[in-house]
Design a protein around this ligand. Structure first.
Ligand code: NAD
Ligand code: UGA
Length: 458
């Protein structure tokens, strides 16, 4: 099938950037990105490109180029499903919060709702592409729903998981290490290969069966997160022995068999996917009776929680044992630099631990809005009153008074490295402590200013 019209359901962190690049590279294809969230769509349509719903370096330039030409954002879901030859499902697949598999399994209600809607609306044959991250064999379920609700149209299902990372999404989309397309119909596979091959070398486009494609996505995330938990577990060992995790990380990363990526120790990994995808993998293994496999992968999550808890504990113990003013200045709320996304950010958990110990906090992040920070905290501890009482958010670094003894860095934003730490030290109560949850500052320099510097694993 020659694809002329694409509809993508879900204008989120994946749907928006991915479709922007597909439209940019395929001028002959009309791409409609639809979402039921009216505010999000109007933000995507905003004339002021600083108001796009996602902050991602390089995104606004691509949107500016393609939007209105062959890229459109709309809430008219039925209309665009009807017109499309190919439909991407790019909706959220969070961890289930109730029912069977609660706390582990992926909640497929949004994916299933899309399949139902596609079936009900479609009057012509369609290729349906699973872009969301889903448990292995979900495409079977999608196929079953499509065929149950529409017996007149032929649907082909493809799995095309997304591997972009936030903060570098545009580069990841522009030059992906690989694109995976899983399917059992060669003509449908070719249609999607053609779209990607407008800019991705064919040797980087891997075609597989449906199940391998679905499982490869979960496996890739599990392997990446496993490296972080491995290095983070050793950071604790370094603190006990005098070894420096940054040196250990460099030393092992130079072994070409190990490689240097994803060996940066931190206060813990965050983001909307690592935890949910690993829990999903654990659930799949457990339901298949593979207890040892499930326990092995679950350990990644256990170490991650341990890492952020022990970071919080160090701050609390320092305040208690030195009888300091119970107040902490937090720098960084996003789960990593260069994104406004705070989903599952370590900062949320550390802040909550401090609040539980009645420590008041002042928060600054260059991109995360105050409303989002309060939303995150209210969601995690359900204690709006206490959060209001103990938390304040500054959207301008110059407005931070630093009249505290303790600063905690929770996101590795570049601007934090370039602050005038000498000036900040002057404004702080003494003794002054920096808990560097990302090891981004120069320990010797800070100590020479007068700070007590506490990094991770060193
Ligand atoms: P998101 O929450 O940012 O966006 C999902 C969007 O889908 C929301 O705007 C929501 O309103 C919309 N939606 C849900 N159901 C809908 C429906 N029935 N009709 C219309 N719109 C609907 O999520 P995301 O971060 O873009 O993730 C989407 C999927 O991609 C997930 O499965 C995720 O695991 C996967 N993924 C995410 C990333 C990432 O970096 N965020 C990377 C790779 C893969
Ligand atoms: C991750 C994967 O890298 C993507 O390939 C995948 O598509 C995506 O999940 C997904 O499925 O959602 P993302 O979560 O956006 O991407 O960002 P990462 O760069 O992987 O960082 C995740 C977390 O790990 C962040 O909190 C980051 O600070 C932390 N991290 C990363 C470390 O602590 N150390 C590292 O060495 C690398």
């Amino acid at each position: 099938m020659k694809v002329k019209n694409i509809c993508c359901i879900g204008a989120g962190y994946v749907g928006g950037p991915t479709m922007s690049v597909i439209a940019q590279k395929n001028k002959h294809i009309t791409v409609n990105v639809v979402d039921m969230n009216i505010d999000k769509i109007s933000a995507w349509n905003s004339k002021d490109l600083d108001r796009l719903p996602i902050y991602e370096p390089g995104l606004s330039k691509v949107v500016n180029e393609a939007r209105g030409r062959n890229l459109f954002f709309s809430t008219e879901i039925d209309k665009h499903i009807d017109e499309a030859d190919m439909i991407f499902i790019s909706v959220n697949t969070p961890t289930k919060t109730h029912g069977e598999g609660m706390g582990y399994a992926a909640d497929l209600k949004y994916v299933e709702a899309c399949a139902k809607q596609i079936a009900k609306i479609s009057k012509s044959d369609k290729i349906v592409v699973e872009k969301s991250t889903v448990p292995v064999r979900t495409s079977e379920k999608i196929k079953e729903i499509l065929n149950r609700y529409n017996k007149n149209v032929k649907f082909e299902i493809l799995s095309n998981p997304e591997f972009l990372a936030e903060g570098t999404a545009m580069r990841d989309l522009e030059i992906p290490d690989r694109v995976i397309i899983g399917g059992d119909n060669s003509s449908a596979i070719d249609s999607l290969v053609k779209i990607y091959s407008s800019w991705v070398p064919e040797k980087n486009i891997l075609t597989t069966n449906l199940w391998s494609s679905e499982l490869s996505k979960l496996t890739a995330n599990a392997f990446l997160a496993q490296r972080i938990s491995s290095i983070n577990s050793l950071s604790e060992l370094c603190e006990e022995t005098g070894a420096d995790i940054e040196e250990v990380s460099k030393a092992i990363g130079m072994d070409s068999r190990i490689g240097s990526s994803f060996l940066k120790t931190s206060v813990a990994f965050g983001g909307s996917c690592f935890q949910k995808d690993i829990l999903n993998l654990v659930y799949i293994a457990r339901t298949l009776g593979l207890k040892k496999v499930a326990d092995y992968w679950e350990q990644i999550i256990i170490i991650n929680e341990h890492q952020r808890n022990r970071f919080s504990k160090k701050i609390i113990q320092t305040i208690d044992s030195n009888n300091l003013n119970p107040k902490v200045q937090i720098l960084g709320w996003a789960f990593k630099k260069d994104t406004n996304d705070s989903r599952e950010s370590a900062a949320i958990y550390v802040a909550d631990n401090l609040i539980k110990s009645k420590i008041s906090i002042n928060i600054y992040d260059p991109k995360v809005k105050q409303s989002q920070i309060f939303f995150d905290l209210n969601y995690i501890n359900n204690d709006e009153i206490k959060n209001k009482e103990l938390v304040s958010v500054k959207n301008n670094m110059l407005k931070c008074k630093f009249n505290t003894n303790v600063i905690a860095i929770l996101t590795e934003w570049d601007e934090f490295k370039h602050y005038d730490w000498g000036q900040i030290y002057k404004k702080m109560n003494k003794p002054a402590y920096i808990f560097d949850g990302r090891n981004i500052l120069d320990r010797k320099k800070l100590e020479s200013i007068g700070f007590n510097y506490i990094g991770i694993g060193r």
